[in-house]
Design a binder for this molecule. Structure first.
Ligand code: AHG
Ligand code: MN
Ligand code: MN
Length: 347
């Protein structure tokens, strides 16, 4: 037996693959018909392809800017575009995906009827999260969320996308870091899978992830402190005070890639904040393909996600690229932040 085959056999003995895990999850939903498993495996295929490019980014002409800006007015990196195309190609012929929406596409990509079986899902994604970190070798990621269509007409419409986060059937992210991990929830716990590049498989490495009720880390871009609203400034100052009984001061950890900051806080505990401020009242992060998927995951892990006053997943989106202030992490920390904001708003 070749060394690779021996490794693969040992790995299979050792680990549960992503596909097997999703299939076992799917069996818990009698109405599921295996579509889910193939959908997730297409997303994991795209993750492996993107990962291969990320890992050699310095060696191929995949770094740098495309010279375009996206609908958000942000400069688009070559890797953003590449990851966007890889995910679109992995999903647009699946048969159960009626339409796709992405940070990098102004409007949804409607799959033509020729490629549809039942077309019961739409998928939204941030193909490459943390673009500012791409060419400095800092962890970046991809974020995805799966919704069941609401409309029944042959082709999906915008209405299928403007659903609150509570309607998500699955959400996950891939983090291209010191190892490549895929973390997902289908509403029944959060599980993490680590890619074994020697066999090209994601193996269960972090079963049933739970976030602690309270952390000791806060993640915010302190460079924006001059623009923070007063209640946010007071909350951050509160975290910096010395008080052993409440574990303060917290440690400041900010990578600048949502996926990386979120993943660390999910595993270790903490709160991530991208609040609105005087310049951008709705903050920077997008509701549908950044905040909703992360909110689904953190709630399933026992945490919370808020816009500072309301649960993120209750927000009904008004438009595809809508931004919202984002407070996400340990339940008690998010509750503290909400209290500072509600007091600050004089309610
Ligand atoms: P994207 O690269 O998909 O545009 O996302 C970048 C986001 C998010 O990953 C991160 O938390 C945030 O931008 C960092 O913003 P600042 O650089 O303004 O702190
Ligand atoms: Mn992003
Ligand atoms: Mn992005």
């Amino acid at each position: 037996m070749s060394p690779q085959a021996a490794t693969a056999e040992a790995e299979l003995e050792k680990g549960i693959t992503l596909e097997r895990h999703v299939k076992e999850e799917e069996r818990k939903f009698p109405q599921a018909r295996g579509v889910f498993t193939t959908l997730i495996s297409q997303i994991s295929l795209a993750a492996k392809i993107i990962n291969a490019e990320v890992n050699k980014a310095g060696l191929v002409d995949i770094l740098g800017l495309t010279g375009h800006t996206n609908i958000q007015g942000e400069e688009v990196q070559k890797l953003d575009t590449y990851a966007d195309e890889v995910l679109r190609r992995a999903l647009d012929h699946h048969g159960s995906v009626a339409a796709l929406a992405s940070e990098e596409m102004d409007d949804p990509y409607i799959v033509s009827g020729d490629y549809l079986d039942d077309g019961e899902y739409v998928v939204v994604y941030d193909p490459l999260d943390g673009s500012s970190n791409i060419d400095v070798n800092v962890s970046i990621g991809s974020i995805f969320s799966i919704l069941k269509r609401k409309t029944t007409n042959p082709e999906a419409t915008m209405e299928d996308f403007l659903q609150p986060g509570t309607e998500q059937v699955c959400a996950g992210y891939v983090i291209y870091g010191s190892s490549t991990m895929l973390v997902y929830t289908a509403g029944n716990s959060v599980n993490g899978f680590t890619l074994d590049p020697s066999v090209g498989e994601f193996f269960l490495s972090h079963p049933n992830i739970k976030i602690p009720p309270r952390g000791k880390i806060y993640s915010i871009n302190e460079g924006n402190s001059g623009k923070w609203d007063e209640p946010v400034a007071r909350y951050i100052a509160h975290l910096k005070e010395s008080d052993k009984a409440t574990g303060r001061p917290y440690s400041a950890r900010y990578i600048g890639s949502l996926v990386a900051d979120f993943h660390r806080n999910l595993l270790k505990g903490g709160i991530f904040l991208y609040p609105g401020d005087k310049a951008n009242p709705n903050g920077k992060l997008r509701l549908i393909y950044e905040c909703n998927p992360m909110s689904f995951i953190v709630e399933q892990a026992g945490g919370a996600a808020s816009n500072g006053r309301h649960r993120i997943m209750d927000i009904v989106p008004g438009e595809l690229h809508q931004r919202v202030p984002f407070f996400v992490g340990c339940k008690e920390d998010v509750a503290d932040a909400e209290r500072f904001l509600s007091e600050g708003l004089g309610r």
